[in-house]
Design a protein around this ligand. Sequence first.
Ligand SMILES: [Zn+2]
Length: 428
Amino acid sequence: MKCPICDTNENWHSLDYLRQRRDLGFIICKTCGFTTYRRRSEEELKKFYERSDYNIIRRFAGTADFETKTRKKMNHRMFLGPYLADHRNLQIIDVGCSTGYFLELCRDEYGHQRVCGTEWNPAHARYGRHRLELDIRTNIEDFGPQRYDLICIEHVLEHIAKPDEFLLNLRDNYLAGDGVIACAVPIWYDFIGSPSVTAHEAGGFESILPEGHINVFSLRSFANLLAKCGLHVVQENYSYYGYRVLLEKTPPITDFSAEAWDMQEQSLVRQKAAFEAFVAGRFADAHRHYHRFPLALVKDIDQQQKSPAERITGITQLIAEMPNVDVFHWYLARVYNLLGDYGNAITNYSRAIRLKPNDPIHYWELAEILFKLEEFQRAAALYEKLLVVEPKCQFVPLTAGQPTALDRLGQCYANLPDDIPDACGTTT
Ligand SMILES: [Zn+2]
C-alpha cells in the first residue's frame, strides 16, 4: 500500500499493539510519519456509512442529533460567517453534508440559494431532502460538471481511503478558479491537547481512534497533504472541533516535511498513559505524561487549591504556551469573577466564547455578570445567543436553582428604556 502523503510504497510500521483489537491494520509510514488503517477499502467504507447503527446511537433525527448540529452551526457561523456575509449568491456544495444543516444555514441565514450536498448515508440524506428541502445526492459526480465557489468538506478527509486523490479531484474538477474549500479535520495526534475536546467527550483512548476515522492526522501531516494537493491556507482556526481551514488553489508542492515515525509513535504511547492517569484522577501524572493536556493542567491547579493569585499566575502561564484553549480563559474568568474583578472576568469570558462559540456555560456566566452590573443590553444579547446554542434554556435553567435564560431575557428587556436600540440592533 502506497502512503497518500509521501507516495512511498510499503514502508509501514504496525501500531496495532496500542489498541485492544490487534487486527485493525493500524500503521504509521516510516518515511513521513503519516498514520492510517490498512484494511479499509473505499467500498468497505461506503458500506460502513450506509449502515444506520450510528444513527440509532445518536437518536438520529431526534433531539440528540438536533443538539449536536445546533452546536456545530455556532462554529460555522464563527468561522465562515464573515465569508458568507461578504459574498452574494455563491454556488455551494457540502460534501458529506449529513442532513444538510450547514447548507440550510447558508441558504436561510446568508441568502445563498444555490446550495447542494452529497451524503452516503441514505437516512441522513432523506431527512435533509424532506425536512430541509435540500438537493442532496450520493456523490459530487451526480450533479454533473459544475464549478463551485465554496466546497465544504467538514470532517470528511479522516474518513477517506485516498485523501490525496479525493482532494485533487475536488480542486481540479469542481472548484471555481477563485473558489475556496472549507475543511476541518480532527488532529488525533494531538488529541488530548486539542483545545476544545474534553476527555469526557472522548470516553477513553480507544474511542479517540475510531475505526471509521481511518486517517490519523497531525498538524504537519495535514499540512503536507494540502501542499501535495496544491491548496494554500488563507484562514485557520485550531480552537474548536479540530483544525479548520479555508483553502485556495496554489501550485502543488511535492516536497514534504517528514516527521520521525518513532517520535510520533511515542506521542501516542504518552497520550495513552496520560489518558489512563486522567481517568484515575491523577491529574499531575496525566500532564507529566503529555504536557499539552489542557483539562489535566486545569484540574491539577484546581485540585491543589492554590490561592486566587497563584491560580491566576498558573493559568496565565498556560495561556502564554497554549493561547487557543478556551478552558484556560474560562477558568481565569471564574477566578476573577469570584474576586469581584469584573473587567478581567468579562475579557476572559469573551475570549473563551471566541475560542469555543458553542459552550452554553460561557454565555450564561458572562451574561450573569453583565446582568448583575445592570448592563441589560449587553446581557440580553448574550442570553439571546445562549438560547440559540441551547434552545432548551427557554424552559430549563442551565444550572439548577437559577432562572431560565428566557426569564433573564424578560428581566433585561423590562429594564431597557424604550428609546435605545435593542439587542437585535433595531430601534424599539
Ligand atoms: Zn509517508
